[in-house]
Structures are given as C-alpha cells and as structure tokens.
Design a protein around this ligand. Structure first.
Ligand SMILES: [Zn+2]
Length: 159
C-alpha cells in the first residue's frame, strides 16, 4: 500500500469510526467493542439493515423510558434459515422476568426476526423468491443477479 492509499484508508476508517460512535451514542446496545470499527448493525445482512434499525430504535426508546439504557447486550447477530437471528441478554436486572417492558422488547426482536423473511436479504425489497442452497429470501431483481453470477444456485418462488 502506498502513502496515498494509506492516507485514504485512514480517512475512510476515521469517517466510519465517527459514524459508528454517533450511532452507538443514539443506540448504546449496538456497541460491539471499544475501537468502533464495527457495530452490531454491520452484522445484519445489508438488505435488512434499514428495517432492523427501525426496530432497534423502538427498542432503545423502551430502554430509555425505563431508565435501562445499559441493560441490554447483544451477543450475536446472524442469518439462519432465511431469517435474522439476534442473540441478546439483559444485565443489571436479575428480576427481569417480571417486567412488562422486557416482554415488549422480546416481542419486538421476535417480530423483527419473523418479518425479515419477507424482505430481500440483498437489497431490502419485498422478497417473492428464495434461494435453495441456504434458503434465503430474495426479490426478483436480485434473483436475476444471483442466477447470472452463480449458475449452480436455484432460485424458486417462495414456498
Ligand atoms: Zn433484492
């Protein structure tokens, strides 16, 4: 890497870190680590990010309303069987089972996971198809791209 490339990389990283800090300030449970190069939002497949952010904001509002900003920790985010899966736990509150607002948060995460199946994992449009290798939801446009790039993958209307 030459000097110009290194300088460019430094500034793009600087910008990413700045944006991530802004995001984490707004939604603290998206913080992954202290270097801010990535957040938990980056672990969400691209097509689902906008949709997931709406739910993350709703969840943060509930935490805020109950003075529980530091109570939620995400431990893993992944795609599983065509749906978003988010693993999380509550800290600082051993009696959390009794709190209604925690049930509300559980419900929001469950809805987000369920609804993600309806949206294209690549672009976020309505998904009418599914790939048959790893069963992921895709839209008509992305179906064509996938079929062109990966002739071995079959894409069929959703079952
Ligand atoms: Zn798509």
């Amino acid at each position: 890497m030459n000097l110009v490339e290194r300088v460019r990389l430094f500034f793009s990283e600087h910008k990413i870190i700045k944006n991530n800090k802004k995001l984490v300030k707004k939604i603290p449970f998206l913080k992954m680590d202290d270097n801010y190069k990535r957040t938990w939002l980056d672990e969400v497949p691209y097509g689902w990010q906008k949709f997931a952010l709406i739910y993350f904001e709703k969840i943060e509002t509930i935490l805020n309303d109950h003075n529980a900003k530091d109570y939620l920790r995400i431990t893993e985010v992944k795609e599983k069987w065509g749906k978003l899966r988010i693993y999380y736990s509550f800290v600082n509150n051993p009696k959390y089972e009794q709190n209604k607002w925690i049930e509300d948060i559980d419900r929001l995460f469950a809805t987000l996971e369920k609804e993600s199946w309806k949206l294209c994992i690549d672009c976020g449009a309505v998904a009418s198809y599914q790939t048959n290798d790893y069963v992921t939801p895709v839209c008509g446009k992305c179906k064509e791209v996938i079929e062109r790039l990966y002739p071995n993958v079959t894409v069929t209307p959703k079952s």
